[in-house]
Design a protein around this ligand. Structure first.
Ligand SMILES: NC(=O)c1ccc[n+]([C@@H]2O[C@H](COP(=O)([O-])OP(=O)(O)OC[C@H]3O[C@@H](n4cnc5c(N)ncnc54)[C@H](O)[C@@H]3O)[C@@H](O)[C@H]2O)c1
Length: 398
């Protein structure tokens, strides 16, 4: 590999538009190639970033000018594209969810191991400073052992323009696959990783979309910690009303005013409709640069209880509630819009295991598909693929 990691992005949609900002703050990586089936998107990216373009991800994976592939294609393609990249000896960042089925995830883990490349789970909330801080405080034992983790989110995911595959659970559509990995990563990370069993109810209450629009899950960890994970994606109430108006990106979330509801989408959109939207044609860097009101990112409300105190997010860090009262711990703002790129570059250059890796991604997927399975069977699910959270390097906690 060259001194600077040469990265190709597969799939030039919203996830890629967010991820590409990370190259501006990661001098150890350079964007050299992109792949998509939309030739107009390839042209735009060639013009903007001067990269080589490919109409096939597999062809990009074979390029000698690429050391790593960042997979931002739709969920049902993650497995195929990861296996192609690993088979060509490329390191992988893969967007969440890792895959649609556990069989796909197993094949991905096998391909990563067999080819001796690194995998980093993309777009995980584990990279968010307040989530790391909550894990650090909870794991330190300063408040006694962890007893409860609750993470709840209300957001109108089902109201955004969605392609048919995004509202079809068989192709990884719906909120369980699209939002579940975020919340399950938060809960597994803070709780140490090892979920023992779960019970969940998932709902399909959108008037026309046959996919999960809500879920309510109860998790029990091996050490007896209990967790609840709740999401409602129908878009009537927005949880940012309870988080100072701050949303996932750490800025005041435009959808925070629940009284200003947007209409329910009654049908999926076509690719032409979706990719013609303004957000596919904006420069996200300009957009971020114009935001002056930056806070820590919030994915709903997360409240962690320990034996001798509670922890929750504040706009700039976390609040600790204990016998001394409420104390705020400020987290350093994270200038890196995508911690996964930094983690891949560092784990390769330091020749150490990456985190969150492919086994972590598979363990999170197991909890996500477990929710739907538990709901179908109306009973508890025992989990068998869980992995423990490694100690967080001190440097990452500053
Ligand atoms: N929307 C978000 O904010 C967001 C954020 C983070 C992660 N994700 C995840 O990232 C992935 C992509 O989501 P998105 O919202 O960017 O979707 P998107 O629809 O905006 O973009 C997907 C892109 O993949 C391309 N594509 C489709 N089939 C392809 C193929 N066979 N080969 C190459 N390119 C192909 C599409 O043309 C499109 O450009 C999903 O796994 C999603 O869960 C989404």
């Amino acid at each position: 590999m060259a001194n600077v990691m040469r990265v190709g992005i597969a799939g030039l949609g919203l996830a890629a538009r967010q991820g590409v900002e990370a190259f501006k703050v990661n001098p150890g990586a350079r964007l050299t190639a992109v792949a998509d089936v939309r030739t107009d998107a390839l042209e735009e990216w060639r013009g903007r970033y001067g990269v080589e373009t490919f109409t096939s991800v597999e062809a990009m994976c074979e390029s000698p000018e690429v050391d790593a592939v960042w997979i931002c294609t739709p969920n049902q393609l993650h497995s195929r594209h990861t296996i192609a990249a690993a088979g060509s000896g490329k390191h992988v960042i893969c967007e969440k969810p890792m895959a649609v089925t556990l069989d796909e995830a197993e094949a991905m883990v096998d391909a990563i191991d067999r080819n001796g490349v690194k995998y980093v789970q993309g777009h995980s909330k584990i990279y968010d400073p307040p989530i790391r801080k909550m894990r650090e405080i909870a794991a330190s034992g300063q408040l006694g052992r962890i007893i409860q983790i609750n993470t709840w989110h209300w957001r109108g995911w089902m109201r955004s323009p969605r392609l048919p595959s995004e509202v079809d659970s068989r192709t990884g559509g719906g909120v369980a696959y699209r939002q579940g990995p975020h919340q399950m990563d938060i809960v597994r990370f803070i709780g140490g990783g090892l979920v023992r069993s779960m019970r969940a109810v998932t709902g399909r209450y959108h008037p026309t979309f046959e996919t999960e629009g809500d879920y309510t899950a109860f998790l029990e960890f091996e050490d007896h910690t209990a967790a609840t994970v709740v999401l409602n994606g129908y878009g009537y109430f927005d949880i940012t009303e309870l988080t100072w108006g701050i949303g996932e990106g750490g800025s005041i979330w435009a959808g925070r005013d629940s009284s200003r509801s947007v209409p329910v989408a009654m049908r999926p959109v076509t690719p032409e409709e979706k990719y013609g939207l303004a957000k596919y044609n904006e420069d996200r860097h300009q957009e971020r640069a114009q935001q002056t009101d930056r806070f820590q990112p919030f994915l709903g409300l997360t409240l962690v209880s320990c034996e001798r105190g509670d922890i929750r997010q504040s706009p700039h860090g976390v609040y600790i509630y204990d016998e001394t009262g409420c104390n705020e711990v400020i987290c350093e703002p994270d200038s890196d819009p995508a911690g996964e790129l930094r983690e891949l570059v560092d784990s390769v250059s330091e020749n150490r295991p990456s985190f969150p890796d492919a086994r972590w991604g598979m363990a999170t997927l197991e909890v996500v598909v477990g929710m739907m399975e538990s709901s179908r069977q109306r009973q508890d699910i025992q989990l068998t693929r869980q992995v423990a959270c490694p100690p967080i390097p001190a440097a990452a906690l500053s």
